[in-house]
Write a new protein. Structure first.
Length: 138
């Protein structure tokens, strides 16, 4: 099953990147009021905010969904993913990979689906997986 970075690595990625960028911008001529003084606390605050938002929307998440009727579930899953703009791209070792056509695939990520008995394991970006879970349970 496809694995990606979880919450902590994704948070750190956005936190460090944003903190460095904000620090660089503030040190290159954006005038910081004298009351603020050191620009680093502001950069860390921006980094924490960006880290939290980035991790919430873009970390990798895996869920399990119970399947009562395999055929009906596959049809609903395929229809839902098609509605979301995804298409099946390949199957390997019991895992079906869904992705979006270029150029939208650069920002949406892939969805991995593995059916095992009466459960389906879905894996992908947390924003997409939460949306998919809501549509499948409706």
């Amino acid at each position: 099953m496809g694995q990606g970075p979880g919450f902590v690595p994704t948070f750190l990625y956005y936190f460090v990147g944003t903190t460095l960028i904000v620090t660089w911008v503030l040190s290159r001529g954006v005038e910081v009021p004298t009351e603020v003084g050191n620009p680093f606390p502001l950069a860390v605050l921006c980094g924490a905010l960006a880290g939290g938002l980035g991790a919430f929307f873009n970390s990798h998440e895996q869920i399990s969904v119970s399947v009562k009727n395999r055929g009906a579930f596959l049809k609903k899953l395929t229809d839902t993913l098609t509605e979301m703009g995804y298409r099946e791209s390949k199957q390997q070792d019991g895992v079906t990979l869904y992705d979006r056509p270029a150029p939208s695939n650069l920002f949406s990520g892939k969805i991995f689906v593995q059916l095992e008995g009466k459960t389906a394991n879905l894996s992908g970006r947390s924003r997409t997986i939460r949306r998919l879970k809501g549509k499948l349970e409706a």
